[in-house]
Structure formats: structure tokens, C-alpha cells
Design a protein around this ligand. Structure first.
Ligand SMILES: Cc1ncc(COP(=O)(O)O)c(C=O)c1O
Length: 420
């Protein structure tokens, strides 16, 4: 029987939307729909941002085709000369940007970076002190649903019930009591700067490693708008896709004495082949983050967050820790008569996209939002006031969701995330 084969589709470096539409309209429609969703609603998820066209170009490039197990100059595959150069540039830029002796740019995500840090420093059953999940700890900080909670013995520190701030006396007390092998500082929702010097001091007192999980603030660190954990922590784990505005991915920074252990913990212990298109995109993002424009951006992100936090407080929200030092705002909408999950639903109906978060000492959930994406869109202080007013109107049912959506579209339309 003869088999008729279709001629293979011509491969191009960037097939583009028209080609995708012809070949796979269902996926093309999703891509177009998602682009429109991002461009017509308000993106306030604290962990999201809009990458640059240059980052997207690297991500959608033929580097995605390349297998590259190992590290530059020591790969298990041939043909790696050019991707080796990309990874070397990413490492060079990351170490320069954060003042680190060593960078591993291969972790596929923030969670993969944390997994590798634990693999490098700990053994199953070791005790680890980290922020408890109800106070803002990440899943990788001891959740029973995550490898961390299953393989290690996590002890959680909290925040002060009145101020919502980390109680460093409690951290020290728990460290003395439990003698952890490692202390983790970092959070998904803590809006204040961390005192890395205090954490270092506590870790030194009990002979623990200090792991900074800087997934959120690392972009602010790059722009000089938040303290740098690198001089204090043994290992710094981070994501590259939040304020830092790179591709989805992770990174680890450390001193040269731990470099080999960290590298082996990433590959071959916890990961396989590196994603070279993502690593090239990380290099592009690190290059962008080293510019004065990014420094101005990072400071504007914080100024916007402070403005928005104050505006929300004026509208009746209970703002956690009474404000923010970063891009993150936590707020309890209870005084407006709604619980966090209900608030998220009403805001979503109005085209305002954000997360809920745990309330350390309250009932129900609060809302967590961030200013990284809206700042990339060019919004400033006046827009923060408008956003706060839209929140209140949505939660108090002062206008129909349709009217609010129109107002949101008008606001976003003046600051398009994908100009042109
Ligand atoms: C503190 C912290 N650690 C780790 C992660 C995990 O990052 P990823 O979702 O890329 O695995 C996050 C993500 O938000 C985070 O906030």
C-alpha cells in the first residue's frame, strides 16, 4: 500500500501568527484571546509582568530546539557552541547585576531553584526554619502538599499579630529551640523589606545555612529599590519573571565555595537538559535590568505600590502592615462587607485581575496585588487613585460590572501593554 505523505511544513525561525492560524486555529485563537485579555483587563497579580519584545523573541527562537545537558564547555551533546555563549552571557550579566560570585541560570522555575538549593545543602529529615504558610510562606517552604513538607522537618515563624511585621525575636527563639540546618527568608505576600542582616546573625548563632528565597523582590534588587540578599545569604533563589520582567524561570546565586554543589544539585540531580531559549531570554532580561531605565522602573513600581496602598486604605481597606516597601500589597476588604474570595470574583467581573492571600490573623482571605505589570504599562500615581476607586465601586456594587469593565478598558487602553 502506498502512503501519501503531506509535504513537510516549511520550518522558519518565527512562523508567526498567520502560520499558526492556518495550522492550528484552536491554539491560535487561544493565543489571540489571551493577548486581548491581557490588553483589555487590569493585571494586578503580584507575580506577573509584561516581558519585552526582545525577551519574547529569544523565547520563540530556534534555541528552543537545542538539547544542552550540562554546563557551558562541558555538555553531553554536540553543537552547543552558540548556546554555551548565551549561557555564559546570562551568567556574566546575573553575577554583575547582583554582585554574586556565582550564578546558575538553569532552574526551570522558582520552585526548581529552591528544590536545588535544598538538595545542595540538606539531607532528608533535616530541620528547616521558614515563614509559615499562613503568614506568607511559599509551598516550597514546608507545605505538606509539596516535596519540602514531605522530605524535611519544617518549623514556621509568623508575623506580629498587631503590626503584621516579622518578629525577629520569635525567629531567633525558634532557631535556638529547633537548631535548624537552614533558615529560609522569603515570602509570597510579605510587603516589607526583609532584614537580611538579622537573618544572617540568627543563622550564624545556630550554625544554619541562610537561604534567601527572593522570588519576589529580586527585580527590585536589580533596580536598586530593595536590599540585596547576596552579601548575607549562603544561597539566593529567585524567579526571573516577576518584577525582573524576564521569561518564566528561576536562578540561583551563591558564593564560589558553594558553586559546584549548587550546579550539581541543578543538573544532574534535579533537572535534565537546560532550556536554552529561556536562558537566552534570561540574558536579555538581565541586560535590560542593568539599564538606568530599569532602575527608574523599579523605583516607580514601589512608588505606585505605596500610592495604591494609601488609596486603598482611604477607601476603607485594611492594608496589611499599614503599607508596603515593595510591589506587593496585602489588604483585607472585610470593612467593605466582602471576604477576599468574593472580592476577587467581583473584581474579576469588572476586569480587574488579582489573587487572594492568607490573612495572618483574620477570618477568611484577603487580597494580594502588585504594581509590576501596570508600571510596565506606564501607569503612575494618578492611575493608582483611579484603580482604588474602581475597586471600591466593584466591591460596593456601585456600578454594574459592565460599566466598570468599560472604565477599566478605558484606563488600560490609555496604557497599552503591547504598543503597536
Ligand atoms: C517566595 C516564592 N518562592 C518560590 C516561588 C515559586 O516560583 P515558580 O512558580 O516559578 O515555581 C514563588 C512564586 O510565586 C514565590 O513567591
Amino acid at each position: 500500500m502506498s502512503v501519501t505523505r503531506e509535504a513537510p511544513a516549511q520550518r522558519t525561525a518565527a512562523p508567526g501568527l498567520d502560520a499558526l492560524r492556518r495550522q492550528d486555529p484552536r491554539i491560535a485563537d487561544i493565543l489571540i484571546g489571551e493577548t486581548q485579555r491581557q490588553a483589555t483587563t487590569l493585571q494586578l497579580i503580584a507575580a506577573e509582568n509584561f516581558t519585552s519584545p526582545a525577551v519574547l523573541a529569544a523565547l520563540g527562537s530556534p534555541l528552543a530546539n537545542k538539547y544542552a545537558e550540562g554546563y557551558p564547555g562541558a555538555r553531553h551533546h554536540g553543537g552547543c557552541e552558540l548556546v554555551d555563549a548565551a549561557e555564559r552571557i546570562a551568567i556574566e550579566r546575573a553575577t554583575a547585576l547582583f554582585g554574586a560570585e556565582h550564578a546558575n541560570v538553569q532552574p526551570h522555575s522558582g520552585s526548581s531553584a529552591v528544590l536545588a538549593a535544598y538538595a545542595a545543602l540538606l539531607r532528608p529529615g533535616d530541620t528547616v526554619l521558614a515563614m509559615g504558610l499562613p503568614y506568607g510562606g511559599h509551598l516550597t517552604h514546608g507545605s505538606p502538599a509539596n516535596f519540602s513538607g514531605r522530605w524535611f522537618d519544617f518549623v514556621g515563624y509568623g508575623v506580629d499579630a498587631e503590626s503584621g511585621l516579622i518578629d525577629y525575636h520569635q525567629v531567633r527563639h525558634l532557631a535556638r529551640q529547633h537548631r535548624p540546618k537552614a533558615i529560609v527568608c522569603g515570602s509570597i505576600s510579605y510587603p516589607r523589606h526583609l532584614d537580611y542582616e538579622q537573618f544572617r546573625d540568627i543563622a550564624d548563632e545556630v550554625g544554619a545555612y541562610l537561604i534567601a528565597d527572593a522570588a519576589h523582590p529580586i527585580g527590585l534588587v536589580a533596580g536598586g529599590a530593595a536590599p540585596n540578599p547576596v552579601p548575607y545569604a549562603d544561597v539566593v533563589c529567585a524567579t526571573t519573571h516577576k518584577v525582573l520582567r524576564g521569561p518564566r524561570g528561576g536562578m540561583i546565586l551563591c558564593g564560589s565555595e558553594l558553586a559546584e554543589r549548587i550546579d550539581r544539585a541543578v543538573f544532574p540531580f534535579t533537572q535534565g537538559g537546560a532550556q536554552m531559549h529561556t536562558i537566552a531570554a534570561k540574558a536579555v532580561a538581565f541586560g535590560e535590568a542593568a539599564t538606568p531605565a530599569f532602575t527608574a522602573y523599579a523605583h516607580q513600581v514601589v512608588a505606585n505600590a505605596k500610592e495604591l496602598a494609601a488609596a486603598l486604605a482611604a477607601e476603607g481597606f485594611a492594608v496589611l502592615t499599614d503599607g508596603t516597601d515593595t510591589h506587593i500589597i496585602g489588604a483585607d476588604p472585610a470593612r467593605l462587607g466582602v471576604e477576599g474570595r468574593v472580592a476577587r470574583g467581583r473584581l474579576a467581573a469588572a476586569g480587574i485581575v488579582l489573587d487572594t492571600c492568607a490573612l495572618p490573623y483574620g477570618d477568611g482571605r484577603g487580597i494580594r496585588l502588585g504594581t509590576a505589570a501596570v508600571t510596565t504599562q506606564g501607569m503612575g500615581r494618578p492611575e493608582m487613585g483611579r484603580i482604588a476607586a474602581l475597586f471600591t465601586a466593584a466591591l460596593r456594587d456601585e456600578a454594574s460590572a459592565r460599566d466598570l469593565r468599560e472604565k477599566v478598558q478605558e484606563l488600560v487602553g490609555g496604557h497599552p501593554p503591547f504598543p503597536g
